[in-house]
Design a protein around this ligand. Sequence first.
Ligand code: SF4
Ligand code: SF4
Ligand code: SF4
Length: 323
Amino acid sequence: MTAAETSPEHLLSGPEKDPAGDAGHRDAPPRVGFFTDTSVCIGCKACEVACKEWNAIPEDGLSLSGMSYDNTQGLGASTWRHVAFIEQPTGSSGSRPPAPPAAPGPEGRALLPLTDAPAPAASAPGSGELRWLMSSDVCKHCTHAACLDVCPTGSLFRTEFGTVVVQEDICNGCGYCVPACPYGVIEQRPTDGRAFKCTLCYDRLGAGQEPACAKACPTESIQFGPLDELRERAALRVDQLHEAGVPEARLYGHEPDNGVGGDGAFFLLLDEPEVYGLPPAPVVTTRDLPAMWKHAGAAALSLLGGVTLSFALPALTRRKGSR
Ligand code: SF4
Ligand code: SF4
Ligand code: SF4
């Protein structure tokens, strides 16, 4: 670890090698997280259901939104996993090629055709053809988690696994964490005001089990494991897809020097992040706090100096006049 990575300046932003250690966990296990490969997501929503079931999350509205098959619409206090369904015209002005079809592998796992597959052809403009982009979104378990930084009660905390967990019995419902999250993940439950989000199944991790959503995913779109290993696996997967004629494959949130110091849950996407409803360049909202406090301190000192002078100068003038 370099001196720069352990510097106190990096406690709120910048590269941070050991978030669990910096949170006071001695001999912490390797940091774990998710690599979500959206190129093999089939939109089955098994992950959403498994999360609801394992965590006993209440129902949060089953009305159809009129926006495709996405009836949960986004992450929230009662939706800790959300499978986005994005309908994208192919061959029209966007000229997006259709996504390569998933083929079943020998063990029933869906495998993308890699080297033998012919390059996908774009549909004729205006043909009205669509492709589906599906992506299972979740809390990013940020290296620099603004939700945790601003929580006044310690309800949000960093676990020994490097994940970010909210304790519902300590949350006082102040809601500071909600605008602090650069991804719009954490939300207060309207019924009691307390904040909820994915815990990365802290209870299961403690028992040596993988998170319920990853366990339920039939295509291994959601991969769980040590973050360093996941990053290596993801880089290989992107290379594979590029070789297979899918040049739009890219990683999102994997870089340790991005605006939040790297996500504990990162993604392989087949289009720009905005298409999936993800911010293109998120920044931890508490990054500028030290600079703000410095400016506030300087302003307070200037004010104090001005007030002192305003009292001292007339007194000095009076003393000179009386001589
Ligand atoms: S994504 Fe939002 S809620 Fe999740 S750890 Fe980061 S700041 Fe907190
Ligand atoms: S890790 Fe656990 S809490 Fe988080 S989305 Fe998956 S099942 Fe839900
Ligand atoms: S991530 Fe896996 S479980 Fe979730 S919708 Fe996609 S394929 Fe299904």
